[in-house]
Design a protein. Structure first.
Length: 184
């Protein structure tokens, strides 16, 4: 199942829960235990809960008789305006963006453009994205007119909470770089 469909279904469930007076709760817990050089063990338990959209992570670390607990909120940045700037020497025929934690590529953002192409030297606006502060990295795949693909892994959106542009530039050696910049 593609990422966009999953996101749409989850959004619909959350909206339905909010408007029907229902509540949305989920949690996930993981525990890791290691043996230290001195023979003691360290156990780290991380729990993440989603309570009607408020995500909280709690980490408890225990070594011997010492226990430390930290709790942090995980802000959600929603509706970030993203422009795609194609300053390469080739036309884009495909553009897919997915969270780096996801295993499946989402939809092609260019499929609704005339001819499904973002020509070299042009900019695409009107895209939006959302992410949790704990998972700010995304993978980006672009395709050219020859069917060749270029994948950028772990593009970090930390600090971009309202608007930005992904600026793709061709290098002299034929490779492509992408940078995140302030939206113009």
């Amino acid at each position: 199942m593609n990422k966009k469909l999953i996101a749409l279904v989850l959004a619909a469930v959350l909206v339905a829960a909010l408007f029907c007076g229902c509540e949305f709760h989920s949690s996930n817990t993981s525990t890791t235990t290691t043996t230290n050089a001195d023979g003691t063990t360290t156990t780290v338990t991380t729990s993440t809960t989603n309570d009607n959209g408020k995500v909280t992570s709690t980490t408890t670390t225990t070594t011997g008789d010492d226990t430390t607990t930290t709790e942090t909120d995980d802000p959600y940045y929603e509706g970030i305006s993203v422009a795609i700037v194609n300053d390469t020497t080739f036309d884009f025929t495909g553009l897919k963006i997915s969270n780096s934690n996801d295993e499946v590529w989402g939809d092609n953002f260019l499929e609704n453009l005339e001819g499904g192409i973002l020509p070299a030297g042009n900019t695409l606006t009107g895209l939006t994205m959302s992410y949790y502060a704990s998972t700010p990295c995304f993978d980006i795949k672009i395709l050219d007119q020859n069917g060749e693909e270029c994948i950028f892994e772990g593009v970090d959106f930390t600090g971009w909470e309202t608007a930005c542009q992904l600026h793709f530039v061709s290098n002299a050696d034929g490779t492509v770089n992408v940078t995140i910049e302030a939206a113009e």
